[in-house]
Design a protein around this ligand. Structure first.
Ligand code: COA
Length: 371
């Protein structure tokens, strides 16, 4: 029997990150995620992933300026965003926006490289999301520049039309660090498969967005919010989760293919969710989430993954639920680009074998003789 879902299969080598490595845990280019989340900013981490080292002061300033200069959207893209339906999922908006940008600002033209395409997408995804959102929900055509000097601040500013709140901006910034990279997850592996055919970076990112959209991967943060917000109280949550487990239903935001004893990102995002809840004077979703966590551990020995408390944190940052996974895209683009570059550095077409389970050889049946 072939391995189900490539579980436990080492499908290649990578120097970008370690996930669940004994004694090391989660690291980006050797730096522990705990240190990065505590000490650095998303721009430093994106630079680390794409350019391979932590930036100096001067390099970081230049990088932030560069990203701030890449926020504008070409008129063709604005027109497309206006024509996409309000009912579209914002993940589909990003997937389509990426694809269009790839036709207007093609890689290879005007000196564009995988790294510069990555910077452009990292800087402009927030603009695309907010332009589409504000046009359809408030009938506004917004300017996509802002005075904010970070990716997190830019997104919050454009979505709300107001200067970003420091606590929310910093919390979002930390979650972007946590979401930026995670080895051979489904979307990154998709990006590497596409890259291995020698396709362009926009194609790799477009495919990766498609893979990230599903609720077993990035879409879990959105699904976790739907779950948590469906309960009135911790007691209600406990009762319902018990029923769901009995019915063998999945509790979104729990479990992980690699981490079986806890996701090291979860305590960090849980702490952010608590800080935001305290500041909002509203611990309702946090308390419900905390009870679900206790029930899942008691009943299944399972731990929350990053997506579970990210849901509460994003909600308290004022981000609409449908934007949770798109925010993940903004963060993960730097990880995808690191893998595109690594794949190209030592490329071999990724083309595994399958175990055939179909019918044996048989005679062709002419169309008139088919029942
Ligand atoms: N809720 C309830 N039960 C769960 C569960 C969850 N979230 N995740 C796994 N399980 C159970 C499975 O039903 C299975 O039970 P069984 O052995 O009785 O059939 C067992 O735990 C093993 O699960 P499995 O699906 O084989 O693990 P996996 O490594 O293939 O899957 C995930 C990992 C992430 C796909 C899975 O845990 C999941 O679907 N989680 C919810 C979605 C989510 O949060 N995704 C984000 C991941 S970062």
């Amino acid at each position: 029997m072939a391995n189900s879902g490539l579980n436990g299969v080492t499908a290649g080598s990578s120097g970008v990150s370690t996930v669940g490595k004994a004694g090391v845990g989660l690291t980006y280019r050797g730096y522990s995620i705990t240190d990065l989340a505590a000490e650095s900013t998303f721009e430093e981490v994106a630079y680390l992933l794409i350019y391979g080292k932590l930036p100096s002061h001067a390099q970081l300033d230049a990088y932030k300026n560069k990203l701030a200069g890449l926020r504008s959207l070409p008129y063709q893209l604005k027109t497309l965003l206006e024509h996409m339906p309000q009912s579209a999922h914002p993940m589909d908006v990003l997937r389509t926006g990426t694809s269009l940008l790839g036709t207007i600002e093609a890689e290879g033209e005007d000196g564009r490289t995988a790294a510069s395409v990555g910077d452009r997408l990292t800087a402009s995804f927030g603009s695309m999301l907010a332009y589409w959102y504000r046009f359809h929900s408030r009938n506004e055509r917004i300017e996509t520049d802002s005075d904010e000097d970070t990716v997190a601040g830019h997104f919050l500013n454009l979505m709300s039309g107001m200067a970003s709140d420091p606590l929310k901006r910093d919390a979002l910034d930390k979650t972007l660090i946590l979401y930026a990279e995670h080895e051979f997850n489904a979307s990154t592996f998709s990006a590497r498969v596409i890259t291995s055919t020698l396709a362009d970076t926009y194609s790799a990112v477009t495919g990766a967005i498609g893979a990230l959209r599903g609720p077993l991967h990035g879409g879990a943060n959105e699904a976790a919010m739907e779950l948590v917000s469906s309960f009135d109280s911790p007691q209600d949550a406990e009762k319902s989760v018990m029923h769901m487990l009995k019915a063998r239903r999945l509790i979104m935001g729990f479990g992980h293919r690699v981490y079986k004893n806890g996701d090291p990102r979860s305590p960090i995002v849980k702490d952010l969710a608590r800080q935001l809840s305290d500041a909002a004077n509203n611990t309702s979703f946090y308390d419900i989430s905390d009870r679900i966590e206790a029930v899942m551990f008691r009943e299944k020995g399972m731990f929350p993954n990053l997506d579970f408390y990210a849901a509460t944190a994003y909600h308290l940052c004022g981000i609409p639920t449908a934007m949770f996974t798109p925010v993940f895209v903004i963060a993960r683009t730097s990880g995808w680009i690191a893998h595109v570059l690594e794949q190209r550095g030592d490329n071999a077409l990724i083309r595994p074998l399958s175990e055939y389970t179909g019918p044996g050889p048989r005679d062709y049946v002419a169309i008139d003789d088919r029942g």
